[in-house]
Write a new protein. Structure first.
Length: 342
C-alpha cells in the first residue's frame, strides 16, 4: 500500500516539484490548493512527468470547515507538507491582515485537524528570511532569528513557533521546519517551473522574462554592499534538489528517525553568489545577453546570506547536487517553453 501524503500548495512552484519527487519515490499524493497563485494545469504536467495525476481538492485551508471536511473524507493521510501560503513580500506590507489571516490560520486549521484525525507528521515550508541579516556567516540552524522585515517574513517566524509550541503540547505530533534559502530553476523537462503573476519580484524570474523579451531591463538593486563586487549575496538552490529534501524529511518522520519532536534544517547549497554573478552566470550558461542597470538598493533587502548545510548533510543525508549554471539553464528552458520560444 502506498502511503498517502497531503501536499498543500501542491500546484505552486516548490509544491509541484515536491509532488513529482514524492510520486517518483512511491507515495500517493493528495494536493490541496486554492489556485490563488497557480493553475490546475500544473496537475496535467505533473502527470506527464510521473505518469500519475495527484488527487486534487480546491479550497483555502484558512476555511476551518472545509479543512475539517477534507480530513474527514481522506482518513488515510499520514503526513502533511504545508506549502500553501501567500508569499509576495511587498504585497504583505500593504495587506498585512490578509497575510496573517491566510498564513497563520491555515497552519492552525491543519494542526487542529492533525489532532482530531490523528495525523502525526508535518513538514513546514519556512525560509531563511527568519535569520534577517545574520551577524555571522554562514548561518547554522542555531543562528538566532531576527525581527522580520515584512509581514510575510513574520508569518514564517510565527508559524515556526506555532508548530513548535503545538508539538510541545501534543507529543503525538512531530514536525520538521525546512528553512529554504533562494529556490530557483525548474524541472529538467521544463514542464513545471515558477510562473509569477504580474511583474516578477524575484531575481531569476525577472532575468528569464527579460531574456524572453517581456521586460526591457533588469535592475540590479545596489552595488555598494560590502561584498566583492558590491551586489548582494544569496544562496541559490535548485528547486529539484530542494524538493528531494522534502521526501527525505517525510521518510524521517514516517520512520520515526527524528531526534526531536520538532526539528529545523537549513536547505541551501552552502555557496553564496552575488546578483552580478547570477546575471553573468545566466549569460554564460544560456548564451543570451542581458540588459541590466545598477539602481538603488531595494528596501528591506539584506546584504548577504548563505547556509551552513552541515546539519542537513549529516543528519538528513541530503546535499544540493545541481550546479548553478545547469540551474539557470533550466530556468531559461522553462521560460522558453512557457513563452513558445524555440
Ligand atoms: C525573498 C524573500 C524570501 C523568499 C524569497 C523567495 C525577503 C527578505 N526575502 O528573498 O523570504 O523566500 O524572496 O520568494 O523578503 N534583485 C535584483 N533585481 C531584481 C530582483 C532581485 O537585483 O529585479 C536582487 C535582490 O536585491 C536580492 C537578490 O536579487 O539581492 C535576490 O532577490 P529575490 O529573488 O527577490 O530574493 P530575496 O529577496 O533574497
Amino acid at each position: 500500500m502506498k502511503k498517502q501524503i497531503l501536499v498543500t500548495g501542491g500546484t505552486g512552484y516548490i509544491g509541484s516539484h515536491t509532488v513529482v519527487e514524492l510520486e517518483n519515490a512511491g507515495y500517493d499524493v493528495v494536493v490541496v490548493d486554492d489556485l490563488s497563485n497557480s493553475s490546475a494545469d500544473v496537475l496535467d504536467n505533473i502527470e506527464k512527468i510521473t505518469g500519475q495525476k495527484p488527487v486534487f481538492e480546491q479550497f483555502s485551508l484558512a476555511d476551518a470547515e472545509k479543512t475539517d471536511d477534507f480530513f474527514n473524507r481522506y482518513p488515510k493521510i499520514e503526513a502533511i507538507i504545508h506549502f500553501a501560503a501567500s508569499k509576495a513580500v511587498g504585497e504583505s506590507v500593504n495587506i498585512p491582515l490578509h497575510y496573517y489571516r491566510n498564513n497563520l490560520v491555515s497552519l492552525m486549521n491543519l494542526l487542529d485537524c492533525q489532532k482530531k484525525y490523528g495525523v502525526a507528521n508535518m513538514v513546514f515550508s519556512s525560509s531563511c528570511t527568519v535569520y534577517g541579516q545574520p551577524d555571522k556567516l554562514p548561518v547554522t540552524e542555531d543562528t538566532p532569528r531576527k525581527d522580520a522585515e515584512s509581514p510575510y517574513g513574520n508569518t514564517k517566524r510565527v508559524n515556526e513557533d506555532i508548530l513548535e509550541d503545538s508539538i510541545k503540547a501534543n507529543p503525538e505530533l512531530k514536525g520538521i521546519a525546512l528553512r529554504y534559502f533562494n529556490p530557483i530553476g525548474a524541472h529538467p523537462t521544463a514542464l513545471i517551473g515558477e510562473l509569477p503573476l504580474g511583474v516578477p519580484q524575484n531575481l531569476v524570474p525577472f532575468i528569464t522574462q527579460t531574456a524572453a523579451g517581456l521586460r526591457e531591463q533588469i535592475s540590479v538593486f545596489g552595488d555598494d554592499y560590502d561584498t566583492p563586487d558590491g551586489s548582494a549575496i544569496r544562496d541559490y538552490i535548485n528547486v529539484v534538489d530542494l524538493a528531494k529534501a522534502h521526501v527525505i524529511a517525510i521518510e524521517r518522520l514516517l520512520e520515526n528517525k527524528n531526534k526531536d519532536g520538532y526539528e529545523i534544517f537549513n536547505l541551501g547549497t552552502g555557496n553564496g553568489y552575488s546578483v552580478l554573478e547570477i546575471v553573468n552566470g545566466f549569460e554564460k550558461s544560456t548564451g543570451v545577453k542581458l540588459n541590466y542597470k545598477i539602481v538603488d538598493r531595494r528596501a528591506g533587502d539584506i546584504e548577504k546570506i548563505w547556509a551552513d548545510t552541515t546539519y542537513a548533510n549529516e543528519e538528513l543525508g541530503w546535499k544540493a547536487e545541481i550546479g548553478l549554471e545547469e540551474t539557470l539553464l533550466s530556468a531559461w528552458n522553462w521560460e522558453k517553453r512557457v513563452r513558445g520560444i524555440e
